[in-house]
Design a protein. Structure first.
Length: 322
């Protein structure tokens, strides 16, 4: 069973502590889903105060990080305070033995202080991105995304982006279909398009075309096999192409064609996991046209070929990995 170690410390955010607990600590065996082994590990001794005023006590200390396949580091409560040396050393040891390490929000400052972000792309809450970049100039800070996957090291933006990253970890471990079930159980989207840019600026005022955009997204999702263009989507939304593209980015944080590509990839992942359909058929069904085009886009986005993805994540009728 995959072991996830959650690091907690004094003045921790209850929400960002709860997200990994919900994703990795809940028993979903009644749904035929795989479970993780979650160990909550405290940096300090004794009950810890949360930012909400109540206290929590972890059953383990940092020594349990030695057994973790994945280590999750939530938001560090004071970015101007140097994290404890024992924590930094434990993270370095974990990295050295091959553990996957993920930070949520300002937890990136802990990973950076441990030297684990040197020469890597990383993200954090948009409010702290400039500080992270100045303090650690060898880190390529990208404040525009919800999370960044650098392989063994992953970082997320603030608060709810931690859900996105944790579900991404589930997707890496067990495939998109399992991650979708986890998301449905949590009543959250399995994958959000766009990035932090949606939240940095003053929110876009509601407008009459919001409903049209929602209808257009639903129509587009139902017609992924068709040759979808920005012009066709704009016509469906009763807008000019230029206005549609602008409003689409304002609302979703991404471009129409990038959104369509992501939806096609997700649909293809589901087909690869749950059916034995030929790859070329899936390419047609999901709107990629040819198998060659499908393989090219799938490998670029997912990191492996469709065939290798199916070998890793094919589910049997009982919902378990083949």
């Amino acid at each position: 069973m995959h072991t996830v170690a959650l690091v907690i410390f004094d003045q921790i955010s209850p929400f960002e502590m709860a997200v990994p607990c919900e994703v990795f600590g809940s028993d979903r065996s009644d749904m035929g889903m795989p479970n993780y082994r979650l160990t909550v590990c405290s940096v300090e001794k004794g009950p810890l105060r949360t930012k909400a005023g109540f206290t929590v006590e972890a059953p383990y200390d940092l020594s349990m990080l030695r057994e973790a396949d994945t280590i999750v580091v939530p938001a560090w409560p004071n970015i101007d305070e140097t994290p404890p040396a024992a924590l930094l050393e434990a993270l370095r040891r974990g990295y050295g033995r091959g553990a996957r390490i993920a930070s949520l929000c300002s937890g990136a400052f802990i990973l950076a202080a441990a030297g684990l972000l040197e020469g890597r792309r990383a993200t954090t809450h948009w409010m702290y991105a400039e500080t992270l970049a100045k303090r650690f100039p060898n880190v390529e800070v990208d404040p525009s995304v919800l999370y960044i996957d650098e392989g063994q090291i992953l970082t997320s933006a603030g608060t709810a982006a931690g859900i996105d990253l944790c579900l991404h970890l589930v997707r890496l471990d067990y495939g998109a279909e399992v991650a979708n079930v986890f998301a449905r159980r949590m009543v959250v989207p399995p994958h959000r398009d766009g990035g932090q840019a949606q939240y940095v600026q003053t929110p876009v005022p509601p407008s009459p075309d919001e409903g049209l955009l929602t209808e257009t997204l639903a129509w587009t999702h139902a017609n992924l096999a068709e040759p979808l263009t920005v012009a066709a989507m704009a016509q469906r939304a009763c807008m000019s192409t230029r206005t549609f593209a602008r409003r689409f980015r304002e609302v979703t944080g991404t471009t129409p064609l990038r959104w369509v590509l992501n939806q096609r990839i997700l649909a293809a992942q589901r087909q690869l996991e749950t059916t034995e359909a030929p790859v070329d058929w899936i390419a047609q069904e999901c709107g990629f046209g040819t198998g060659a085009t499908f393989r090219l886009h799938f490998k670029r986005v997912v990191g492996v070929s469709p065939t290798d993805y199916r070998k890793a994540f094919r589910r049997n009728p009982e919902g378990r990995a083949a």
